[in-house]
Design a protein around this ligand. Structure first.
Ligand SMILES: [Fe+2]
Ligand SMILES: [Fe+2]
Length: 130
């Protein structure tokens, strides 16, 4: 299921962070559509590489904003980022060892979708208030 960017619910008010969230969602949606069209196996490697690199860049930027602004959500944000890094590292290691099956593709799709939406809506959004 694709994610729709909803500025009222999702915008943090920090333009750089919001632009990166939109890019992440755009790439997630491309992946999601590729899976729906049965192309999941072909795109899963490049998607994983993109997400891992992008997560690193984005998490560093966002954590720096939260530190500078003394956001109460800072620790929860770092912990959730660590969780996503572990999810991505786990998938990458698995794919390297075992290759990709539709089970992993479906699991990645679900985890990424749930994590992205929940994380932005509950934690990143707190940048609005700090
Ligand atoms: Fe975050
Ligand atoms: Fe974020």
């Amino acid at each position: 299921m694709v994610i729709n960017w909803d500025p009222q619910k999702m915008a943090t008010g920090v333009p750089e962070v919001d632009a990166q969230h939109q890019e992440w969602i755009r790439r997630y949606n491309e992946f999601d559509e590729a899976v729906s069209q049965g192309k999941g196996l072909e795109v899963v490697r490049s998607t994983l590489d993109f997400f891992a690199n992008y997560a690193d860049t984005h998490f560093k930027l966002e954590e720096a904003y939260m530190t500078d602004r003394h956001c109460p959500a800072e620790a929860a944000n770092r912990a959730a980022h660590e969780q996503m890094r572990n999810i991505l590292a786990g998938f990458r290691a698995y794919v390297k060892r075992q290759g990709v099956s539709m089970v992993e593709v479906a699991a990645l799709r679900k985890e990424m979708q749930e994590w992205l939406v929940k994380h932005i809506l509950t934690i990143d959004i707190q940048l609005r208030d700090c």
